[in-house]
Write a protein that binds this ligand. Structure first.
Ligand code: OX2
Length: 831
């Protein structure tokens, strides 16, 4: 029955998605006219982009609305992906491709006198993440929608995303804020000013009889929802990413205001707004800052309140909560979801403690992303007690019964109790978030085979012994082929579609179909097309470098790319030292010898955490080495180096399709997975890497003869580090080639040598990341690359075979593994 008014009048007003060019241009012009209040006379590219984006937004809203209504009616079990970072990048192009409307929009935009590519460039990246962890979350959202799974994301709507990186003339990284929302309205989100929750901090928690407590007083802050629409690929299903913004509960303190104390009046309102103001730019380090803990609680509390309210709408007993809700913790950042859900169940819903714990441990799942000790989150107990007094009580209570159970299984093993406790002794005591996440979850997983094995045998070994192996598993990461092939490499996508003779939506959602390309490696005409596309992608990158930096890139050279966060464990230093070694060798060659050398262009890009001194020095070395090397007339036709500033998702989309080789050269056992390795290989770039993270599984999939491996293996690392500590060998003895490079840097070949001493000393003393151990085999691997590249036809075959074998690394496969083996949710198609 129609709920209100005249049904036919309503129906006349309803619109559906615009799919033909005339209705698309009509909609764009309408937005120019009314939403922007402009005309054809005063419309620039930015305005045209905005109007076109608003038109796409209308379509997304229709699908999004139908999806949400359908889910609400069908009440399927849903999964919630809690991530403090979502590195979404741009939306316009991706939405058009997923809707299957790019061609129509291109035609319409052309008719209106604009150029599609120029409009795409107007959009600012949504850069609410640091690197792999945040981009993985974005790929998983795309795959959830594309595979029609009822999955929502929950995150924070930071006013400022990851900082913008500038490089000073000396090669110093400078940071600038990223006010990504400053350009006016963001067309890709729906403000839901009606969806708000109160979140409390500080105050007192008084225990009541029956295990409950009353938490009151302190500061109350409002969480306001902003919904970001996440369209699936060639499906109506459009999922939701809900981002929370903090707001003061009341505008300002009226008493202080009336008393003339304006500063105090706005203070609390400022402190509320500050919570979601900025993304913390650290990757793999924790700082123990109160504001960060506030972010974590604010976000988990608002998300859980929202999840619980939605569950209550279906009027089921709480014992059935795990039948309707799965919550995935993206790393330990949302671990407070565990004590917060306990608080809601015990204090508010009056469920007995034991039953509540059963509900929690059947609902929550935890993904670990690193075994690096400095990245394992710990929070000082005094800070936790002050900010979240009730949660600290709950954590103590969980710990007590947990340690009693451990004691029962391993009587008298005090060391084990100390190792496993949720509280680390010390001054101050600290809460170990990974332990809490582990015992509060139904399943724990790592992100690649090797990493999951390291989780089981190192950081969570005691927990495996206590809880059994079956709780600990692996889900190898994946990437969305929509953005990382169809969108970033349209020509290759078109060639694949033509060759496989299926609609592109078929293979894009069933990436194993790429296997059908294998026979074409033997087809010379196909190889020619394949190589021509790679070449045009190189030219596209060269054009980008030319227009943004004013530098001319040699597109006849091999393109060698390393793009990722700057970190000692990722060893960009090894790469630049290798480049310098190559330069020195070239300098010594005769002109005749140089004729036989393959020209090479080396690209670097990546941000360093603002306080990470050594990583910033590495950038400085790269920039200054590039300056000298690129200016040398003896060698510049054969070797050039570029550091491209302000790495972003959008820059990655230009770099990745252009690479001949890419480098993933972390010290064995340190890179949990890596995901850009998958992106390069999917685009037919070959991998140079260590036997680490997902590199191993990529090599298994594409064949070891199609990758260039080097370096020591994980089991050797501990011993080598031990030797560095107790039986150090000088670099000159251990690795003369490397010692020579270090000497040249020290002696000022690339500017003031003194500057680099702290960086070089990390290698000369201790060498924790094993550069001296791996340097020779690294150079060996790069020599192999040179040799292989000489046989162009064979190289192209390798490239085709690599792409053809990358099906496993679709994030569709990964998300379906989570859906089936962890969350027990099923696809639900929106009609
Ligand atoms: C990253 C890991 O370093 C990387 O190896 C992995 O591919 C990515 O997460 C996605 O799983 N912060 N970022 C990561 O771990 C942490 C902690």
């Amino acid at each position: 029955k129609w709920p209100r008014g005249d049904e036919s009048v309503w129906k006349q007003g309803l619109r559906s998605v615009n799919t033909d060019v005339p209705s698309i241009t009509k909609s764009i012009v309408n937005h120019v006219q009314t939403s922007l209040a402009r005309q054809a006379y005063n419309l620039d590219d930015l305005g045209a982009y905005q109007a076109a984006a608003l038109s796409v937004r209308d379509d997304l809203i229709l699908n999004w609305n139908d999806t949400q209504i359908h889910y609400t009616q069908k009440t399927p079990k849903r999964a919630y992906y809690l991530s403090l970072e979502f590195l979404m990048g741009r939306t316009f192009d991706n939405a058009l491709l997923n809707l299957g409307l790019k061609d129509q929009y291109r035609e319409g935009i052309t008719k209106l006198g604009f150029n599609m590519e120029d409009l795409l460039e107007q959009e600012r990246d949504a850069a609410l993440g640091n690197g792999g962890l945040g981009r993985l979350a974005a790929c998983y959202l795309d795959s959830s929608a594309s595979q029609e799974l009822p999955v929502w994301g929950y995150g924070l709507r930071y006013q400022y995303g990851i900082f913008q990186q500038l490089i000073s003339p000396e090669g110093q990284q400078l940071e600038q804020p990223d006010p990504w929302l400053a350009g006016g309205e963001n067309p890709w989100e729906l403000p839901r000013l009606d969806v708000t929750y109160e979140v409390r901090f500080y105050g007192t928690a008084d225990r009541l009889p029956g295990g409950r407590a009353l938490w009151q007083g302190g500061q109350e802050v409002l969480a306001v929802a902003y919904d970001v629409m996440v369209p699936g690929c060639y499906t109506k299903n459009t999922n939701n990413l809900r981002l929370w913004e903090s707001k003061p509960k009341r505008g300002f303190d009226l008493n202080s205001f009336n008393a003339g104390d304006y500063e105090h009046a706005v203070e609390s309102s400022n402190s509320a707004a500050a919570i979601t103001s900025v993304l913390y730019p650290n990757d793999h380090t924790t700082f123990g800052k109160e504001l960060r803990l506030k972010q974590q609680y604010f976000w988990t509390a608002a998300s859980l309140a929202d999840i619980v309210r939605r569950f209550k709408n279906i009027a089921k007993p709480f014992s059935e909560f795990p039948d309707y809700v799965a919550i995935q913790l993206n790393d330990t950042h949302p671990t407070l979801a565990i004590p917060e859900l306990m608080r809601i169940l015990v204090d508010e819903e009056e469920i007995p403690w034991g039953k509540a714990w059963d509900i929690v441990t059947n609902t929550v799942f935890y993904t670990n992303h690193t075994v690096l000790p400095e990245a394992l989150e710990k929070w000082p107990v005094p800070l936790m007690e002050h900010l979240l007094p009730r949660h600290m009580q709950i954590i103590y209570d969980i710990n007590l019964s947990f340690l009693q159970a451990v004691e029962k299984k391993f009587p008298g093993d005090r060391d084990r109790l100390a190792r496993m406790s949720l509280i680390e002794e010390g001054f101050p005591k600290q809460v170990r978030m990974a332990h809490l996440a582990c015992i509060g979850s139904r399943k724990v997983n790592g992100v690649a085979e090797l990493h999951s094995e390291l989780v089981r045998t190192t950081i969570l070994k005691d927990f495996v012994e206590f809880e059994g192996l079956s709780k600990f598993s692996n889900v190898t990461n994946g990437i969305t082929p929509r953005r990382w092939l169809d969108q970033c490499n349209p020509e290759l996508s078109a060639l694949i579609t033509k060759t496989l003779k299926v609609d592109k939506s078929v293979w894009l959602k069933d990436l194993d179909r790429l296997k059908e390309l294998l026979p074409y490696a033997e087809d010379a005409a196909f190889r020619k097309e394949w190589a021509a596309i790679k070449q045009r992608n190189k030219e596209r990158l060269a054009h980008h470098v030319e227009t943004t930096l004013g530098l001319t890139v040699n597109t006849n050279a091999m393109f060698d790319v390393q793009i990722k966060r700057l970190h000692e464990y990722k060893r960009q230093t090894l790469n630049i030292l290798g480049v310098i070694h190559r330069y020195l060798k070239l300098k010594q060659m005769s002109a005749a010898e140089r004729k036989k050398v393959n020209p090479r262009v080396v690209f670097f890009a990546g941000k360093a955490a603002p306080g990470y001194y050594i990583a910033k020095l590495t950038i400085r070395l790269i920039v200054n080495a590039a300056r000298i090397i690129n200016a040398d007339p003896d060698t510049r036709d054969l070797l050039t180096v570029y550091f491209l500033p302000d790495y972003s998702v959008s820059l990655a989309e230009v770099l990745i399709p252009s690479s001949d080789i890419s480098q993933h050269i972390s010290t064995a056992g340190t890179e949990a997975s890596g995901t850009s390795n998958m992106k390069f290989c999917l685009n037919g770039g070959l991998l140079v890497g260590t036997v680490d993270g997902a590199n191993i599984e990529i090599a298994e999939a594409v064949g070891e003869n199609n990758v260039f491996f080097f370096g020591h293996l994980t089991p050797a690392v501990e011993d080598l580090r031990y030797q560095h500590m107790y039986r150090p060998v000088p670099v000159e003895e251990k690795c003369p080639a490397l010692a020579n490079v270090l000497d040249k840097i020290s002696s000022g070949m690339f500017g003031d040598g003194e500057v680099y001493e702290p960086l070089l000393n990390t290698i000369r003393q201790g060498d924790f990341y094993l550069l001296t151990d791996d340097f020779d085999s690294y150079i060996g691997a790069l020599d192999m690359v040179d040799k292989a590249y000489l046989d162009k036809e064979e190289w192209i075959k390798k490239s085709i075979r690599t792409t053809a074998n990358m099906g496993k690394f679709s994030s569709d496969r990964a998300i379906l593994e989570y859906a089936e083996s962890f969350w027990s949710i099923e696809p639900i198609k929106v009609p």
